[in-house]
Structure formats: structure tokens, C-alpha cells
Design a protein around this ligand. Structure first.
Ligand SMILES: CC(C)=CCC/C(C)=C/CC/C(C)=C/C=C/C(C)=C/C=C/C=C(C)/C=C/C=C(C)/C=C/C=C(C)/C=C/CC(C)(C)O
Ligand SMILES: C[S@@+](CC[C@H](N)C(=O)[O-])C[C@H]1O[C@@H](n2cnc3c(N)ncnc32)[C@H](O)[C@@H]1O
Length: 397
């Protein structure tokens, strides 16, 4: 297990110096702070709440704010309704014609009243839909989830995260280690990553393979890989992203680089898919070993956010060293500060990665600065279809 690590290690904090943060915030801060304090004083005043809720022009906004605050408190409960649906295979049960409560109760091995309670809760969350008294179909969000096996696989592993978050303050203080997620993502805190065997890497590798469908097409639609000859997918897991890339461009060849126990699975999968002649695998530890050369495109898909700043600096330097003149780095992962997905970046991935014991979500700006420091002269963000699931940066030396 790695040495004790403060949960804030990766943000390169220095000792707080009184007043420095105010100076750094710039001259706009003074006006901004005055306005925020005034607003906050108003919003904390119960008389203002009553006024805003009664006044016709602000009533809708007051209702919306109450709902938003309530949702913050209830989010965990909504998650548990979703998890119960997943565990009981409610979505599969409702994927055909509408079903009666009695039939569903038998199928779920629940009482009639517990079945109704679950289906009513799920209907309020649009996971199911009530078609009549005691008659149920899939709701629109339930249907969207059914079409998204990658999302379902991700949700199914959340019980580990919920356990780790049972005492969020203990987690912030670094008092609840080792966590469930730290054990699951064995590479995050292992001392000797190269020695991890398949019993430590198989479960997360399967989850990553199952959830590639969430992002592979979005990345490959954003960046046409057909302009390259050889792709090296660093931390490429079971080779699902490489297979998808090879499927896009007949002339492309590629390599998966990952821990030795992981590339053993990748070799099997790539051979099984008939890609053995166009794909190879190299086992190693990217925190210690040089990366294979001879590739004009290197990809880091869902890799960088897993690691603290010092590991990322070393990894980007290795990528830079392995790239030929005119080579390209493709970096794809969910990023902090993505418009419309701010909560997913800072809150969901921020706390998820803290529970995992390593890494942090970074903004496009932070990643760009790190890439520049590693010797990449141009860094270009690309538009992706669903930036909340993955954003993409393309960097060239
Ligand atoms: C036709 C009618 C009636 C109306 C039309 C209205 C209309 C246009 C509707 C839109 C329909 C539509 C396109 C729906 C699409 C739904 C989709 C795409 C749903 C997607 C769901 C995705 C989910 C739930 C994804 C969840 C992902 C999670 C939780 C990811 C977690 C990732 C983790 C933890 C990563 C771990 C890796 C590590 C360790 C950080 O490196
Ligand atoms: C979050 S997974 C992403 C897998 C794949 N890129 C994807 O998006 O499906 C991180 C991957 O990096 C690999 N990895 C982590 N640390 C590593 C290291 N030090 N050297 C080589 N691979 C490593 C893991 O084994 C895992 O396959």
C-alpha cells in the first residue's frame, strides 16, 4: 500500500498565506464579493423567502431554488431507487409490454406494497411509468438507460462508492483508508504496479471494457484517426478503444500498452476479434518504463485524471519522448469546469477520485498548462458529442 497521502496532495497546495488568495483573485474580486455577500444575506433571510415565493415575478424562481436545494439533500435517495431497479432488473422486466404489479412482485420476490413503493418512486424519477392502477411500463429515462449498457455497468459498481462516502468528512481527512474503490482500482495506490496480478486487475478491466461504449465513438468522431499510421493506446486496458479505432481506419495499426496482467487480456480480445495482425500489446508500468516508440499517434483515454500531478508530469514526458517529430497526443477524459457538467467534474469525479485515493479532475486549462510544460507546443480542444462523458484535447510537440 502506498505511504499515507493527504487527500489534497494532488492540488499542489502550499501553506495558506492570509490575504494572498484575495490578491490572486484580482481587482474584480472586491466588487464581486460585495455583490455575493449582499445576495447571500438576502437568500439566507426567511422573510425574503416568503416575499420571493409570493411575488408573482419571482415565485417560479423561488420554487425552482427550493427544488434544487431539496434535490441536493435527496440525491442519495434517488441513487438508491435507481440501484434497487438495477439489482432487481426492473428495466429488463419492463422492456416489453406493460406489466401488472402482481406479476412484477412475483418476479422481484417482493411484497405487493414494496413493489408498488419502488415502482411509484421510480416513476417519480421517470425510470418507470404508471400506465394505469397497478400497470407499469419503462419511463423515458429508464428506456434511455436500457439503451446504454456502459452506463448501466458504471451504475452497478456504485455501491463501492456509496460505502466509501458513508462518512465524507472522514474521507476528506484521509481517515477511511483503505477504501473499497482503492481496493478495486488496485493501480491507484499500489507500491509496485508492475506486479499486480489478474486477481487485482480483472474486475476493473472488465468494467472499463464494458463502459468504453460510452465514449469510444464520441472520441473517434471528434478526431479522425485515419490520418495516422500507428496508434499507441497508453493504459489501453483490454483493447476496446484500439479495436474501435482500427475499425474506423483499415490502414491503421496499433499497440496497447498497459500493466502486464491487463495486456494479457487485451492480446486475447484482439486476437479473438481477428485483429492480431494489426495490433500488438506491450506490458509495462508507465510510471517507470519508457513507452514503445514508432507510433505517430498516442492516446490517453481516461488515464490522466487517475493520477496526481507528479505522476502525470512523468507520464506526459514519457509520451513526449516516445512521439516522433510531427506526432500527436490525443487526451480524452471528463474534465472539470465543462459547461453544463460542472457538478459531474468537481463534485462527482472530485469525490470519486478522492475515494479511489489518487488523481483529480482537471480543467481544460490545467491540462493545457501541464501539456505545455511537458513540451507540447500546440494544444487544441475538440468538440465532442457529450462533453459531460468525455472531452478531448489534441497536443503536438
Ligand atoms: C422520441 C421522443 C419521445 C422524444 C425525443 C426527445 C429526445 C430528443 C430525447 C433524447 C433521447 C436520447 C438521445 C437519450 C440519450 C440517453 C443517454 C445517452 C443516456 C446516457 C446515460 C449515461 C450514463 C448513465 C452514464 C453514466 C456514467 C457514469 C456514472 C460514469 C462513471 C465513470 C467513472 C466512475 C469512471 C471511472 C474511471 C476512472 C477510475 C475515473 O478512471
Ligand atoms: C481507468 S482505466 C482506463 C482504461 C481504458 N483507457 C479505457 O478508457 O477504457 C486506467 C488504465 O490504466 C492502466 N494503468 C494504470 N496505471 C498504470 C501504469 N502505471 N502503467 C500502465 N498502465 C497503467 C490500468 O491498468 C487501466 O487499464
Amino acid at each position: 500500500m502506498a505511504a499515507e497521502r493527504s487527500p489534497t496532495d494532488s492540488t499542489s497546495d502550499s501553506d495558506p498565506k492570509t490575504g494572498l488568495a484575495r490578491l490572486k483573485a484580482g481587482p474584480g474580486f472586491l466588487f464581486g464579493e460585495r455583490w455575493v455577500r449582499l445576495r447571500n444575506r438576502l437568500l439566507a433571510d426567511a422573510r425574503f423567502h416568503r416575499f420571493a415565493a409570493d411575488f408573482p415575478l419571482t415565485a417560479w424562481l423561488a420554487r425552482k431554488r427550493s427544488r434544487e436545494v431539496f434535490d441536493l439533500a435527496a440525491g442519495f435517495v434517488y441513487s438508491q431507487v435507481l440501484l434497487a431497479c438495477l439489482k432487481l432488473e426492473v428495466f429488463e422486466a419492463l422492456s416489453g409490454p406493460a406489466q401488472e404489479t402482481a406479476e412484477l412482485a412475483r418476479r422481484f420476490d417482493l411484497s405487493m406494497s414494496a413493489t408498488r413503493r419502488l415502482l411509484e418512486a421510480a416513476a417519480a424519477l421517470r425510470l418507470t411509468q404508471k400506465m394505469g392502477p397497478d400497470l407499469w411500463s419503462l419511463g423515458d429515462l429508464g428506456a434511455a438507460l436500457m439503451g446504454n449498457p456502459g452506463g448501466l455497468a458504471m451504475i452497478a459498481h456504485h455501491p463501492m462508492l456509496y460505502t466509501d462516502l458513508a462518512d465524507p468528512v472522514a474521507l476528506l481527512k484521509g481517515e477511511s483508508r483503505p477504501t473499497e474503490l482503492e481496493r478495486f482500482w488496485a493501480y491507484a495506490t499500489a507500491d509496485d504496479r508492475g506486479d499486480l496480478n489478474t486477481s487485482a486487475t480483472d474486475a476493473y478491466t472488465r468494467l472499463m471494457a464494458d463502459s468504453q461504449s460510452l465514449i469510444a465513438d464520441d472520441i473517434l468522431d471528434a478526431y479522425p484517426v485515419g490520418q495516422h499510421h500507428r496508434l499507441l493506446d497508453v493504459g489501453g486496458g483490454e483493447g476496446v478503444f484500439l479495436s474501435a479505432a482500427l475499425g474506423r481506419a483499415g490502414g491503421l495499426k496499433g499497440t496497447v500498452f498497459d500493466l502486464p496482467s491487463v495486456v494479457a487480456r487485451a492480446a486475447e480480445r484482439l486476437d479473438g476479434a481477428g485483429l492480431g495482425s494489426r495490433a500488438e500489446t506491450v506490458g509495462g508500468d508507465f510510471t517507470a518504463d519508457a513507452l514503445p516508440s514508432g507510433h505517430d499517434l498516442i492516446s490517453l483515454v481516461r488515464i490522466v485524471h487517475d493520477h496526481d500531478d507528479d505522476v502525470v508530469a512523468g507520464l506526459l514526458a514519457r509520451v513526449r519522448a516516445a512521439l516522433p517529430e510531427g506526432g500527436t497526443l490525443l487526451l480524452a477524459e471528463p474534465m472539470a469546469g465543462t459547461p453544463g457538467a460542472e457538478a459531474m467534474g468537481a463534485a462527482y469525479f472530485g469525490f470519486y477520485l478522492m475515494a479511489m485515493g489518487s488523481g483529480r479532475p482537471r480543467t481544460e486549462g490545467e491540462l493545457t498548462a501541464m501539456l505545455r510544460r511537458a513540451g507540447f507546443a500546440t494544444v487544441t480542444p475538440l468538440k465532442t458529442r457529450r462533453p459531460l462523458l468525455t472531452s478531448v484535447l489534441v497536443a503536438r510537440p
